[in-house]
Ligand binder design. Structure first.
Ligand code: BV8
Length: 247
């Protein structure tokens, strides 16, 4: 173990990390911050769009009232993140998946960077900004398809109705399969990492509480304290891209 690792990671956590079999990781926007993806809160910034706070433009109500405006917001964000690469935190988490027999990665992020770093079977709680779906027949479309995205062609090839971003907006239910899988895995976790989330959005922020209730060791990695910090067994104040590669 190098000196830096010793100053950052407790012996207890090192031993647990070495012995663990069932590991649960929850990530938020902070894990993509060092890649250059703007976070929503924290660091003195809040994402806003034409003066609207992001949880208003990214809401079920706005989608019903003004789908074109929601598309403009998501088109802007795809343009911002299109050339962004995964960072050392994403790569470290992808390596962990090979290390533990029962590894679960649950992300609140919609940027697709975990998959780009090689993580498999990622539970995307809030969907994916690179997918669109038809509001009536549910057909899905890949927005990395340059032509469709450039043409801003958001009509369904199957039924002709409108497409929407395949992302969970505020006030919308999470994908049932994703939610159920995450709950089952949180309930069997021995070691739970909470990386780069302000822990304000539910039900995602509830998973560490579920893991804690079954005796998992909870570790938070974030430069700033969060409402979850007091629940954690260990809080490592730092950047994900610097801390995770130390394990
Ligand atoms: C729902 C997609 C049922 C859109 C997003 C209790 C139970 C259930 C629901 C609720 C509840 N209380 C309130 C609700 C409603 C709401 C909610 O939670 N509101 C909060 C704000 C109070 N929840 C919902 O609506 C959810 N739906 O529960 O369905 C239902 C239905 C109807 C009515 C009631 C219930 C749906 C939530 C999903 C919303 N969609 N995203 C889009 O992307 O535009 S959520 C959005 O916030 C993003 O996905 C984001 O990931 C997520 C959470 O934010 P974070 O990821 O934590 O990011 P943030 O910027 O906040 O923080 C970054 C952190 O990183 C900071 O702490 C910072 O310090 C740290 N950081 C910075 N740099 C680094 C770093 N960390 C490490 N390294 C660094 N380098």
């Amino acid at each position: 173990m190098n000196v830096n690792q010793q100053t950052v990671i407790s012996d207890e956590l090192c031993e647990r990390f070495r012995r663990a079999r069932r590991v649960f990781v929850l990530t938020g926007a902070g894990v993509s911050a060092e890649s250059g993806v703007p976070t929503f809160r924290g660091g003195g910034q809040t994402a806003a769009w034409k003066g609207m706070p992001f949880d208003k433009i990214s809401s079920a109500g706005m989608l019903e009232r003004n789908l074109p405006e929601v598309w403009e917001w998501f088109n802007y964000r795809r343009d911002v993140i299109e050339k962004i690469e995964p960072n050392a935190a994403h790569h470290a988490i992808a390596r962990w998946q090979q290390r533990f027999p029962d590894f679960t990665l649950v992300t609140q992020n919609v940027d697709g960077l975990h998959e780009a770093a090689g993580s498999k079977d990622v539970i995307e709680l809030h969907g994916n900004i690179w997918r669109a779906r038809c509001i009536s027949c549910g057909a899905k479309y890949n927005l990395r398809d340059k032509e469709r995205a450039a043409a801003r062609d958001f009509t369904c090839a199957e039924c002709g109705n409108y497409l929407r971003p395949d992302v969970v907006l505020f006030g919308e239910m999470l994908p049932v399969g994703a939610l159920d899988r995450a709950v089952v895995k949180a309930k069997s976790a021995e070691l739970c990492f909470v990386v780069g989330t302000s822990a304000l959005v539910y039900p995602a922020a509830g998973f560490p509480e579920i893991a804690k209730a079954v005796g998992a060791y909870i570790v938070e990695i974030n430069p700033e304290p969060t409402p979850l910090s007091d629940l954690c067994d260990e809080v490592i104040q730092g950047k994900a891209g610097e801390i995770l590669p130390l394990f």
